[in-house]
Design a protein around this ligand. Structure first.
Ligand code: NDP
Length: 488
């Protein structure tokens, strides 16, 4: 018997790797019973309210204001009034406020992370390690540009547009707020932002950060409500609309604003191809596939929802993937061990269920690892479909859930052709050890972002946005600043 065998004989080796619960305390979050609209630096009451819940157990969290058309117009007027003095501040002064916001977000990050997971359902380790650091980083990054616009856009006399109307979705509530508000303010605009109906709470907590940073009243205004509040913002006298959400609503907004002179950027859906070549580091690729589709329950516009595997390695990839899926822990978003949290809303759960049923009906083979889903709340097990044809709905439509479709290819040309066979064009992933192949693929993939040997990586310095039905305009980097500026 070797030394090692002797030792392992004596040591108590766990029979299986189950985890003890590790719930994050919610004590740090202090919710109000009822929230108004944050307009002109004040909380305004509205006639109507709705209840926002936690998708992990459907428990009510707070009453939130439903903004009417008049409320939205009032917020735009407040932003317009604040624009005069805000836009005239020297860039270095605007930067101070943005740095302050970034610092406060970092200081209060635990509070924000817990609230984000409570209201949206995402695992606390993601809101803590991804959403919050990135949100603060966006404010830090754009603060740095505020006094350097003349250098960033030389000989173009950059000027702010005025009031920006911003409409955001529920998958990254605080992060999308940061993507939108930070560049707008750095460029000298004022904003009216509408968070998604199901996840308004971190945007409302952000108003407290705005107050703490002593931002002048009216520079940031938050109006909550359902789609009608978003539509009212599109109808109002704003100078720009920045929208992130579904392609359907994006198209409606584009139709509405055509010919009006209101500037528009659209960040819409996606059906990303994650392409795995037979020369890749296989275990690393499997981690990337898992991260690509199960991160944030697959509620990610750039999720790697179509996996293309080179035929020669199809079996080992699928086998490794299924094995890895059995180790994913699905459950309470506030448990620090959770990998896959709650589905954001009943409506989204029904959409996922409908598309998964369509996949089965069309002839794809489904695999879900054994996992016990909580009784209350909205849940969907990590799912992979094999035997998928390109024409199936699960290979064409955005599912926006933890559902992966696996397809195969033989040659790089075939991979490109199949990857581009979608109305979307937001992101793609390429896994190979050959640098030349990465560049060859990146040139041909019609996707705004192409990740190589990684997936779902974000950085405030890097522009993000789509082709085709994934929208137009970029967020992040200097490209993300440009849509908030006018040039002579
Ligand atoms: P929506 O596009 O409806 O929502 C995005 C935002 O727009 C929300 O704040 C929403 O408000 C608002 N909104 C809704 N209708 C209008 C309108 N007519 N005019 C202006 N604003 C409006 O997405 P859903 O939440 O309904 O999700 C549906 C599907 O869209 C998902 O299943 C997913 O496939 C896709 N999606 C894609 C996202 C992405 O990042 N690309 C993000 C979210 C969804 P409210 O929440 O109050 O309805």
């Amino acid at each position: 018997m070797t030394d090692l065998e002797k030792r392992s004989d004596r040591s108590p080796v766990p029979a299986d790797w189950t985890y003890a619960p590790a719930p994050e305390s919610t004590d740090i979050v202090h919710l109000q019973e009822r929230y108004g609209l944050y307009v002109g630096g004040e909380w305004l009451e509205t006639k109507e309210h709705f209840t926002t819940i936690s998708p992990r157990d459907e428990s009510p969290l707070a009453e939130v204001a439903q903004a009417s058309e008049a409320d939205v117009q009032n917020a735009v007027a407040a932003a317009r009034e604040a624009f005069g003095s805000w836009s005239k501040l020297p860039g270095s002064e605007r930067a101070k406020y943005l740095f302050r916001i970034a610092r406060i977000l970092a200081e209060r990050s635990r509070e924000f992370a817990v609230l984000e997971s409570l209201n949206g359902g995402k695992p606390i380790k993601e809101s803590r390690d991804v959403d919050l650091p990135l949100a603060a980083a966006h404010f830090f990054y754009y603060a740095g540009w505020a006094d350097k616009l003349e250098y960033a856009f030389p000989n173009r006399s950059p000027k702010p547009l005025g009031v920006a109307g911003q409409i955001i979705p529920w998958n990254f509530p605080l992060l999308m707020l940061a993507w939108k508000i930070a560049p707008a303010l750095a460029a000298g605009n004022t904003v009216v932002l509408k968070p998604a109906e199901t996840t308004p709470l971190t945007a409302l907590l952000f108003c407290d950060v705005v107050r703490q940073a002593e931002l002048p009243p009216g520079v940031v205004n938050i109006v909550t409500g359902d789609g009608s509040a978003g539509a009212a913002l599109v109808e109002s006298e704003v100078d720009k609309i920045a929208f992130t959400g579904s392609t359907e609503v994006g198209k409606a907004i584009q139709r509405r604003l055509a010919g009006t002179g209101t500037k528009l950027t659209l960040e819409l859906g996606g059906k990303a191809a994650n392409i795995v070549f037979d020369d890749c580091a296989l275990d690393q690729a499997v981690e990337g596939i898992v991260n690509g589709i199960y991160f944030n329950q697959g509620h990610v516009c750039c999720a790697g929802s179509r996996l293309f595997v080179q035929e020669s390695i199809y079996e080992p990839v699928v086998e490794k993937l299924k094995k890895r899926m059995t180790t994913l822990r699905v459950g309470d978003p506030l448990d620090k061990n959770t990998d896959v949290g709650a589905i954001n809303s009943r409506m989204q759960l029904e959409k996922i269920e409908e598309l998964v049923a369509a996949g089965k009906e069309e002839g794809a083979e489904i695999y879900q690892p054994p996992c016990r889903l909580p009784e209350k709340g909205y849940w969907f097990a990590p799912t992979v479909f094999t035997n998928v044809a390109q024409s199936y709905r699960i290979a064409q439509e955005e599912i926006f859930g933890p559902v992966l479709s696996v397809l195969t290819f033989r040659t790089p040309d075939e991979a490109v052709e199949k990857a581009n066979n979608t109305p979307y064009g937001l992101s793609a992933g390429v896994w190979t050890e050959k640098g030349s192949r990465i560049l060859w693929m990146a040139q041909r993939l019609r996707a705004g972002v192409v990740w190589a040997n990684t997936f779902n990586r974000f950085d405030p310095t890097s522009p993000f946005g789509g082709y085709k039905e994934s929208g137009f305009g970029r967020e992040g980097g200097l490209h993300g600043m440009e849509p908030y500026l006018d040039f002579e």
